[in-house]
Design a protein around this ligand. Structure first.
Ligand SMILES: Nc1ncnc2c1ncn2[C@@H]1O[C@H](COP(=O)(O)OP(=O)(O)OP(=O)(O)O)[C@@H](O)[C@H]1O
Ligand SMILES: [Mg+2]
Length: 222
């Protein structure tokens, strides 16, 4: 089982959107995926429930609000993944208080950090990478690996063009970018993934590229 954590203390960077659309794109590649929603706002879980009549999505709520919850997190994840026979677990973390993110980073193979083109996000990225460094130290190795995901890029803007290069300077691998697309926001409102809402669209292709990148990034041992 491989565990991917979507983390960023900064709100609205695209963690939940990435968790759900990446899960769908990984499923397209034939992977059995489970999304674990650790956010008390339960956005991922609500999105999964927004589909009238359709088969339930593999999204499970597991809020981590205190040290106790964090202590049982790893065992709970394994139990949930085994129950679903999931090969990949995607953990969607909340913004703000870092308890859930720390718990997720202590078990994750890969931390995906969506970053939008804003100085606020770059400062938050320093915090997130600080947490990754702590987790690596606690685990005595190189895990979690990191993928910086340029997120919500507005086409044709200098900020969007420069972000991937700016992210390179943080010394961690940079994943394929996700554009700011109306269809991605609309698909969430409809309780769908971009691949369901607009199959073959640019947004769908972006998440497919991110899924392929992710599969490569978690290949092999630590
Ligand atoms: N690529 C995108 N294109 C268009 N809209 C997007 C995109 N990514 C995210 N959004 C929209 O931006 C808002 C924030 O996205 P999302 O909820 O995924 O961020 P988050 O990091 O999970 O936020 P939080 O920190 O509050 O959990 C949502 O309204 C979502 O629909
Ligand atoms: Mg979220």
């Amino acid at each position: 089982m491989k565990t991917l954590a979507l983390v960023n203390q900064k709100g609205g960077s695209g963690k939940t959107t990435a968790a759900l659309n990446l899960a769908a794109a990984l499923a397209e590649l034939g992977r059995r995926v489970l999304v674990v929603d650790t956010d008390r706002q339960a956005s991922a879980h609500r999105w999964a429930m927004a589909r009238d009549g359709a088969a339930p999505r593999p999204v499970h709520r597991l809020p981590v609000e205190d040290e106790g919850g964090a202590r049982h997190f790893s065992a709970e994840l394994r139990r949930l993944a085994a129950g679903r026979r999931a090969g990949i677990v995607l953990v969607d973390c909340p913004p703000g208080l870092p308890t859930a993110a720390i718990a997720a980073l202590l078990v994750a193979d890969l931390a995906l950090i969506p970053v939008t083109p804003s100085p606020l996000d770059l400062w938050a990225l320093e915090d997130a990478l600080g947490m990754v460094a702590e987790a690596r130290k606690a685990r005595g190795g190189k895990l979690p690996r990191v993928g910086l995901v340029p997120s919500r890029l507005i086409a044709g803007t200098t900020l969007a063009r420069d972000l991937p290069e700016t992210l390179e300077s943080f010394g961690e691998p940079v994943a394929p970018s996700i554009g700011q697309r109306i269809a991605i926001a609309e698909s969430a409102i409809a309780g769908q993934t971009i691949g369901e809402y607009q199959p073959g669209s640019k947004g769908h292709e972006e998440f497919q590229a991110l899924a392929r990148w992710t599969v490569e990034a978690v290949k092999g041992g630590p």
